[in-house]
Design a protein around this ligand. Structure first.
Ligand SMILES: *[C@@H]1O[C@H](CO)[C@@H](O)[C@H](O)[C@H]1NC(C)=O
Ligand SMILES: *[C@@H]1O[C@H](CO)[C@@H](O)[C@H](O)[C@H]1NC(C)=O
Length: 565
C-alpha cells in the first residue's frame, strides 16, 4: 500500500517536473548586453551545418567536429554564431516535443564552443521560411505562436544552465514586408522571452539578440518595438549583404570600392545606429564570398569592418563552408580577407590593392593579380596599392624574400616586378594557370596575396546544344588562367536580354548580364548554365547565346555558347 502510494506520488511529481523551471547548480556571472556585444568581434558563423535541411550534414558540410572550432580559435575569432534548424526535429501539436537527441547535439556543440572560450549566439534558423512563416497564405498565427513557445521552452530548458557567454537569438531572418507582419514579429520576440524565462535556470539573466523583419537594417529600424516588460539584457541583431549585385555576382558586377560605394555602405550602417542610439548592435551575418574578385572583396571587407567599428556595431562573418575555413584541409582559404577584417576591426589601417571601381568601365584591372597573356613577351609589370599611410616592407614568393632591385622596385604606391623575376614563372609559351603566389607585407595591416597568372582564353568542349529543360547544363571547359567565371551575358536570338531587361541602363560590362547561381556557375571541369538559364530558353522557345567572361575582364577574354530551343 505504502509502496503504491509512493509510486503514485512519484508519477504525479514527474509529470509537472518537466514543466517546472529548471534549477541550476552554481552561480551565473551575468554579462550586460553591451559588454557581451563588445566581446564578439571578430566573429564567425558555423554556416550550412546545424542549419542544414533536413539534417546536420545534408548540405555541403559534414557534421561539425571539435577541430573546426580549434581552427577558428587559432585563427583568432572570438565568437561563434550557431545557426540551428529545428523543423524536422519538432513533434506534432499540442506538445511539439523536440527530438531529445537533437537537443543533446545542440547542447554538445554549444559546449564545444564555450569550452574553447568562445562567446556563442544560438538561434532558430531556417524554420523562418518553413513553419514559422506567418506571412504565408492561410498561416495560422496562433498555432505558429504555440509552436514557437513550445520550441523555445524546450531549448530554454536544455540550455537553462549554460554560462553567460551563451546568448539566444529568437529567429533568423523572419519573413515579412509590412507593419502588420512587424507587429506579429514584435509579439513573437516577447513570446520567446516568456518561454525562456518560464524554462528557468539562468535564462532571464542571459543576453538575447532580438530581431526585426528580415533581420535587415531598414525594416528593423522602421518597425522594431522593444517587448514590454523585458528583463533580459538585450541587443539587436541584423544582417548585411549589400550591395546585392556585388555580393551575389549579379548582372556582371565585379567591381567595388568607389567613394560612392563606401559612402553608401557607411550610410546603411550609420542609419541603424541612428535609429538605435543606445542599443548594443551586432551584424550577425555579412560576407562577400569566394566568387567575388579578391581585390574588390578586400576593399569591401576593410570598408565594412571600419564602418561597423565607427558605429560601435559588432560583426560576425558568414561562412557557408565553401568561403573561408576549409574544414577538410584545416586552412583559411582567404587569409588576406581575414587579416583585413581583423585589422580594420582593431582600428589598424590596411594597405589594399587598387583595382577598377567604376562600374561603367569597359575593361577592368585588379592589383590582386599580375596577369601575363600567353603569346606576349614577358615585360616589367606594376601593381599599385591604396597605402592608407603604410609603406611596402617586403615581398615574398615561393623561393623566399624577393630582392630589390633584382626582382622588384617600389615606386610610390606601386610595386614593379622585373622581367627577370617574372620570367621564372611566365614565358611566351608554356603552361597556363596560377603560376605562383606572392605576399606583399606593409608597415602595418594585412599582408596582401598576389597571384601570378599566365592566361589565355579558355576553350569550351562544344559551341552549342539543344536546351533540355529541368536540369543544369555542364559544358566541358579547358581553363587557361584563373579557373573561374567573371560574368555571363545572355541574349536571345532576337537580341533581347534573357533576363532583367532594365540592365540596359547599366555600364557596358553589365548590360544583359545574368546572375551567378540563378543562371550560371562553374567547377573544375565545366562552365555551367543552371536550370534557370536553360528553362528560360525552353519556355521562350527561342535560341540564346551566352557569353562567358573571365578574369582579367578585358575585350576578347570571353567565349560564346548557343542553346537552341
Ligand atoms: C532610421 O532608419 C531609416 C531606414 O533605414 C533611415 O532612413 C533613417 O535615416 C534612420 N534614422 C536615423 C536617425 O539615422
Ligand atoms: C595560389 O593560391 C591559391 C589560393 O590560395 C591556390 O589555390 C593555389 O594553389 C596557389 N598556387 C600556387 C602555384 O601556389
Amino acid at each position: 500500500m505504502k509502496l503504491t502510494l509512493l509510486a503514485l506520488a512519484a508519477t504525479a511529481l514527474a509529470l509537472p517536473a518537466a514543466e517546472a523551471p529548471v534549477q541550476c547548480p552554481g552561480t551565473f556571472k551575468a554579462i550586460d548586453a553591451s559588454a557581451f556585444i563588445h566581446a564578439l568581434t571578430p566573429g564567425w558563423n558555423l554556416g550550412n551545418t546545424l542549419d542544414a535541411v533536413p539534417d546536420e550534414g545534408s548540405w555541403n558540410n559534414p557534421p561539425v567536429v571539435p577541430t573546426v572550432l580549434d581552427d577558428i580559435k587559432k585563427a583568432g575569432f572570438k565568437s561563434v554564431r550557431l545557426p540551428i534548424t529545428w523543423t524536422t526535429k519538432i513533434g506534432p501539436a499540442p506538445d511539439y516535443t523536440v527530438d531529445a537527441k537533437w537537443l543533446d547535439r545542440v547542447a554538445a556543440v554549444t559546449d564545444m564552443a564555450t569550452s574553447r572560450g568562445f562567446y556563442v549566439v544560438l538561434n532558430v534558423h531556417h524554420d523562418s521560411w518553413q513553419w514559422f512563416d506567418f506571412t504565408a497564405g492561410g498561416a495560422d498565427v496562433k498555432a505558429i505562436e504555440d509552436k514557437f513557445r513550445a520550441l523555445w521552452t524546450q531549448i530554454g530548458q536544455k540550455l537553462a544552465c549554460a554560462g553567460p557567454e551563451v546568448a539566444f537569438e529568437p529567429i533568423n531572418e523572419p519573413k515579412g514586408t509590412t507593419k502588420e507582419h512587424a507587429d506579429i514579429l514584435n509579439r513573437m520576440n516577447g513570446v520567446f522571452l516568456e518561454a525562456i524565462a518560464a524554462a528557468g535556470g539562468h535564462n532571464v539573466q542571459r543576453v538575447v539578440t532580438l530581431v526585426g523583419l528580415g533581420e535587415d537594417g531598414p525594416k528593423t529600424s522602421q518597425w522594431f518595438k522593444v517587448p514590454p516588460g523585458i528583463k533580459n539584457p538585450w541587443a539587436l541583431q541584423y544582417h548585411y549583404y549589400s550591395p546585392y549585385d556585388f555580393i551575389f555576382g549579379a548582372w556582371g558586377k565585379t567591381v567595388w570600392g568607389s567613394a560612392e560605394d563606401k559612402a553608401a555602405l557607411e550610410a546603411d550602417i550609420a542609419a541603424v545606429r541612428g535609429n538605435f542610439t543606445n542599443v548594443p548592435l551586432v551584424i550577425g551575418e555579412w560576407s562577400a564570398g569566394a566568387t567575388v574578385e579578391p581585390g574588390a572583396r578586400w576593399r569591401y571587407f576593410d570598408a565594412f569592418s571600419q564602418a561597423a567599428k565607427k558605429y560601435d556595431t559588432a560583426t560576425i562573418l558568414w561562412d557557408n563552408g565553401d568561403d573561408f575555413l576549409d574544414r577538410a584541409a584545416r586552412t583559411i582559404r582567404d587569409p588576406t580577407g581575414k587579416e583585413v577584417y581583423f585589422n580594420a576591426a582593431r582600428g589598424v589601417r590596411n594597405a589594399l590593392p587598387d583595382g577598377t571601381t567604376d562600374p561603367k568601365a569597359t575593361t577592368q584591372t585588379s592589383s590582386a593579380f599580375v596577369f601575363h597573356k600567353l603569346g606576349q613577351p614577358v615585360k616589367e609589370s606594376t601593381i599599385t596599392f591604396e597605402l592608407n599611410g603604410n609603406t611596402v616592407k617586403s615581398v615574398t614568393g615561393p623561393d623566399g624574400a624577393l630582392v630589390a632591385p633584382r626582382d622588384y622596385a617600389v615606386r610610390g604606391s606601386g610595386v614593379a616586378f622585373t622581367p627577370a623575376f617574372l620570367g621564372k614563372y611566365f614565358a611566351t609559351t608554356g603552361p597556363a594557370g596560377v603560376r605562383a603566389n606572392l605576399t606583399v607585407s606593409f608597415s602595418a595591416g594585412a599582408d596582401v596575396r598576389v597571384q601570378l597568372v599566365q592566361w589565355d582564353v579558355p576553350v569550351l568542349g562544344a559551341k552549342s546544344s539543344q536546351a533540355v529543360s529541368g536540369a543544369d547544363l555542364h559544358i566541358p571547359v579547358t581553363w587557361k588562367g584563373l579557373p573561374k567565371i567573371a560574368a555571363v551575358k545572355a541574349r536571345f536570338s532576337d537580341q533581347s536580354y534573357l533576363a532583367d531587361d532594365w540592365t540596359k541602363y547599366l555600364g557596358p560590362l553589365q548590360q544583359g548580364y545574368v546572375t551567378y547561381n540563378n543562371h550560371w556557375n562553374w567547377d573544375g571541369k565545366s562552365v555551367i548554365l543552371t536550370k534557370g538559364a536553360v528553362d528560360a530558353v525552353t519556355s521562350k522557345k527561342m535560341a540564346a547565346t551566352f557569353t562567358f567572361e573571365f578574369f582579367p575582364r578585358q575585350p576578347g577574354n570571353s567565349v560564346e555558347y548557343t542553346l537552341t530551343a
